[in-house]
Write a protein of this length. Sequence first.
Length: 369
Amino acid sequence: MFRFSVPCLMGVEGLVADELKFNGFQEVAAENGRVLFSGDERECARANIILRGGERVLLRLHDFEALSFDVLFESVKKIPWEDYIGSSDSFPVKGYSLRSKLHSVPDCQRIVKKAVVERLKSVYHTDWFQEEGPKHQIQFSLLNNRCEVFLDTTGAPLYKRGYKLEQNEASIRETLAASIVKITRWRGREDFIDPFCGSGTIAIEAALTALNIAPGARRLFDAEEWGGSFSSAFAEQKKASIATEKQEKLPILASDLDPGCVELTKENAKRAGVDKYIEFAVQDALDIDWESRTGIMVANPPYGVRMLEEQEAHKLYRALGDAMRRSPVKKYIISSDDRFEEHFGQRSDKRRKLYNGMIKCNLYMYFKR
């Protein structure tokens, strides 16, 4: 049994933990910025393939106090690296240090790399490693003098689903969009409306969720290339995930005032394999007859970073609030503007602090009749 760490955006740790528990993962524990679980190679593969809210899956190899470079070197050297890394494999090192005595990240990188090399030299009886084989990304974290060492099983982060070749400036991260869909508890039965679709992330993630299409079922992961039990586990779990996908009509509307955004959303939805499940429309959000609509609206409306843009954004918030004042639609609106409720003209029933990358936002939820 291994111990795995799933880094995630701040604010969605509980959602990722719930996702893991719902799917039968063991010893799930949520912490700030990550969720831990236990399992074997099959569970590692399954987590990579099905997780919608996590950023990657890290295999934790060691956890120790590191107050000196000697301790760091000896502790890393004790790890049985030969169980994972072959004589020709690549093993780059990266990491970070916060509030720790060993604060120089480049120095820590060199020490960790040297320790791994010395361990592998004694096993493979060689003084030189070509590092031309499969990638085994080593990661370390130093926090309050506590060091954890990991192997990254994922590679390209999980939010890179592969369907967004292009995106606009205000694009929301895929993992955050999927987390918001989870918050709404939408299951594909009632209308789902994204009136500021942009590059289509919210609507596409809603369709993938409702159709039970695993976000990683058709992409490549680093651990998939490691050979042995890891490779076979990924092949097995991808096949199993694809076998559970659904095909059914979905009431999803993705619209935007900008024809270019709607076209981009169509292209991204096609690459995601869900274009036939989404209705696309070039339409101003203010022109929708909100009083006659029902269901759920999830929106990432534009917000300004300069004074004139902020004024335009505030004007849009007020107009949208007026247009939806008497609408029975449940509203979930993400914004980085702390005064959103004031401009929208209505206090939310609940709000949740989230991060879109490094941008702090709030999800404003209006669901009471």
